[in-house]
Design a protein around this ligand. Structure first.
Ligand code: G1P
Length: 305
């Protein structure tokens, strides 16, 4: 059982962003904004709000602007000050002061498991968190998703994957967990007997999907180092976690919060509308527009009938 606190996190951000071409031809998908904040900033904010002190981002050669985003921009700060825009100047400075962020490159796109292995020397012998940029989770008024997983880790001293129920037709998009039949679930936490990467509907052991949040013990690296390619010819984190289960307990935690698949175009659009609606300065205009749109759609549908 591990006793060390979770202070480090890994954000894999070396994907090619093919689902968002052409927007991601020259710009990393992690920089696509939801309203006016790049998606990766929401992920970093969640990590910081969950007590993470150091973050390693796994990047590739095309991700410079993400590094710049979390760095100081003295010229811009000066110009904003000169024009009296102190709020904006503070806002952009605060982004670079949030947390210590380090970067390492994944030299070949060999899958999520391989990306996490690139974090081995940064992590050392501590438990750590993984946050995937395609999954943005909000839990207004409650604990961030990662903080909930860290609490479950603190209770059990073992690895925890964050899950939520998905529609049966969506199980082939995710890592799907198999709860252990011999151990009862305690609240939102359940011990696992297995996990499968993107199974077909008839092979899926449940419809509880891993949605981009993990707390892992450093033992995972022993398995990642020897992990062979799995689904899609890639080194899968899911497969290494299954092997970890043979030597230590792994839990699933059904976290509270609304999760947006911002790696998917429709998920991204939903996030944009919801996040805009939650902004005081935009809320009313977005609501009015959505209502107007809804009645226009209704009128069109009536005409077609
Ligand atoms: C990855 C993981 C998968 C997980 C998913 C969550 O898949 O391999 O187990 O359920 O993220 O978003 P990807 O979406 O990168 O193909």
């Amino acid at each position: 059982m591990y006793r060390l606190p979770v202070k480090k996190a890994v954000i894999p951000a070396a994907g090619l962003g093919t689902r968002f071409l052409p927007a991601t031809k020259a710009m990393p998908k992690e920089m696509l904004p939801i309203v006016d904040v790049p998606t990766v900033q929401y992920i970093v904010e969640e990590a910081v709000a969950s007590g993470i002190e150091e973050i390693l981002v796994i990047t590739n050669a095309n991700k410079h602007c993400m590094e710049n985003h979390f760095d100081r921009n003295y010229e811009l700060e000066e110009r904003l000050k000169e024009s009296g825009k102190y709020d904006l100047e503070k806002m952009i400075r605060d982004i670079s002061d949030m947390v210590n962020i380090y970067y390492v490159r994944q030299k070949e796109p060999r899958g999520l498991g391989h990306a996490i292995l690139c974090a081995k020397s940064f992590i050392g012998n501590e438990p750590f968190a993984v946050l995937l940029g395609d999954d943005v989770v909000i839990n207004p008024g409650g604990k961030p998703a990662l903080a909930q997983l860290i609490q479950a880790y603190n209770e059990k001293g073992a690895s925890v994957v964050g899950v939520q129920t998905v529609a049966p037709e969506d199980v082939d998009k995710y890592g799907i967990v198999e709860p252990s039949l011999s151990s009862k679930s305690i609240g939102r936490r359940v011990k696992l007997a297995g996990m499968v990467e993107k199974p077909s509907i008839d092979q899926a052991p449940s419809n509880m999907a891993v949605l981009g949040r993990y707390v892992l013990t450093p033992d995972i690296f022993d398995f990642l180092e020897t992990q062979e390619a799995g689904k899609g010819g890639e080194i899968q984190l899911t497969d290494a976690i299954v092997r970890l289960m043979e030597v230590q307990a792994v839990y699933a935690y059904d976290f509270e919060g609304t999760r947006y698949d911002v790696g998917d175009k429709f998920g991204f659009i939903k996030a944009t509308i919801d996040f805009a609606m939650a902004r005081p300065e935009l809320s009313q205009s977005v609501r009015d527009y959505v209502k107007e749109l809804a009645s226009k759609i209704e009128r069109e549908e009536c005409r077609q009938e």
